[in-house]
Design a protein around this ligand. Structure first.
Ligand code: ATP
Length: 269
C-alpha cells in the first residue's frame, strides 16, 4: 500500500557496509538488535537479559536513520516494514485502527521483522491538540495497545526501530516503549570523507579530486546533503559538454563552416 512498504530480507539492498561513518551506532545496533534476532537461543536462559524490542534513533534530518534501520533488517535476515507515521495520520480517516492491527499482525507473521516507524513524533507527539478528532485519538490508543502487545511477547522476533528529528516532542508512552535511544549525529570532517568515499565508490573521479578537502569544506552537511552535492557534481561534466558544444557551433557558424557534429559521452571530460 501507499502507507507502508514490506520488503523481504534479501531485497532490502542496504547493508552496514553501505553506510559511511556512524560506527558506534552500528555497533550498538549489532549488540542490541541483530545478535538477539539472529541468535535468540543465547538470550533464553537468564531473566535479566531480555532482548531489546524498541530503539529510538534520533538526530537531524538526512543523517542515515532510514538507512540504518534497513541495514539492521538486512544484517539480521529480517523482513523490513517501513511505516510512515505522518501518512497514517493524514490518510486514514476512521480506517486507522484496522490498519494498525494489520501492520502488527503482519509483522508477527513475517517474523523475524524490523518495523520502522519513521517520523514517530508526528503521530504520537506529546502536545495534545484540542481539535484532534475522536478517530485519531482512538487510532493512537489502538496503536499503543498493539505495540504493547509486541513488547510483552519475549519470544516474538519483532523489533521496532523508530526515528525522529524531534525527540523532545515524544510523549511518555512512546518513550517507555523505546527503552534504548541512539543519537545519529551529523558527521565530522573525517566521517564526511568516509561518507563521500562510500557515495562515490563506483564513480569515475577526476585525478585531482581531493575528498579530504571537500570534507573540510562541508561543515554541517548531513549524509543526505553530501549525496545531493555529489549528484550535482556528477551532472557538471554534462553541463560543461553542452556549453562547449554551443560554443563550437557558434564559432563554426561565424566562420562559415558546416555545423559540427554533436558531442558524445566519450567527449565528457
Ligand atoms: P530523515 O530524517 O530526513 O528521514 P534519515 O536520517 O532517515 O533522514 P536517510 O533517509 O537514511 O536519512 O538518508 C538519506 C540519504 O542520504 C540516503 O539514502 C543516503 O544516500 C545518504 N546518506 C545519509 N547518511 C549516509 C551515510 N552515513 N553513508 C552513506 N550515505 C548516507
Amino acid at each position: 500500500s501507499l502507507l507502508s512498504d514490506v520488503i523481504a530480507p534479501h531485497e532490502i539492498g542496504v547493508a552496514f557496509d553501505d553506510i559511511g561513518a556512524l560506527e558506534d551506532v552500528k555497533c550498538a545496533l549489532k549488540e542490541l538488535i541483530i545478535t538477539p534476532l539472529k541468535r535468540p537461543e543465547l538470550f533464553s536462559k537468564g531473566r535479566l537479559l531480555k532482548p531489546v524490542k524498541g530503539i529510538l534513533l534520533f538526530g537531524p534530518p538526512g543523517t542515515g536513520k532510514t538507512m540504518l534501520a534497513k541495514a539492521v533488517a538486512t544484517e539480521s535476515g529480517a523482513s523490513f516494514m517501513n511505516v510512515s507515521m505522518s501518512s497514517i495520520t493524514s490518510n486514514l480517516n476512521g480506517e486507522g485502527e484496522k490498519y494498525v492491527k494489520a501492520i502488527i499482525s503482519l509483522a508477527s507473521k513475517l517474523s523475524p521483522t524490523v518495523i520502522f516507524f519513521d517520523e514517530v513524533d508526528s503521530m504520537l507527539g506529546k502536545r495534545e491538540n484540542p481539535q484532534e478528532k475522536e478517530t485519531t485519538r482512538r487510532m493512537k490508543n489502538e496503536f499503543m495497545v498493539n505495540w504493547e502487545g509486541l513488547l510483552t511477547k519475549d519470544y516474538e522476533r519483532v523489533v521496532v526501530l523508530a526515528a525522529t528529528n524531534r525527540p523532545y516532542d515524544l510523549d511518555e508512552a512512546v518513550i517507555r516503549r523505546l527503552p534504548r535511544r541512539l543519537m545519529v549525529s551529523l558527521p565530522d570532517a573525517p566521517n564526511r570523507e568516509r561518507i563521500l568515499k562510500m557515495i562515490l565508490s563506483k564513480e569515475a573521479l577526476a585525478e585531482d579530486v581531493s575528498l579530504d578537502s571537500v570534507a573540510n569544506m562541508t561543515d554541517g552537511y548531513s549524509g543526505s546533503d553530501l549525496k545531493n552535492l555529489c549528484v550535482a557534481a556528477a551532472g557538471r561534466p554534462i553541463h560543461d559538454l553542452l556549453h562547449r558544444e554551443k560554443k563550437e557551433k557558434r564559432l563554426a557558424i561565424a566562420e562559415g563552416r558546416p555545423e559540427p557534429e554533436l558531442l558524445t559521452a566519450d567527449d565528457i571530460r
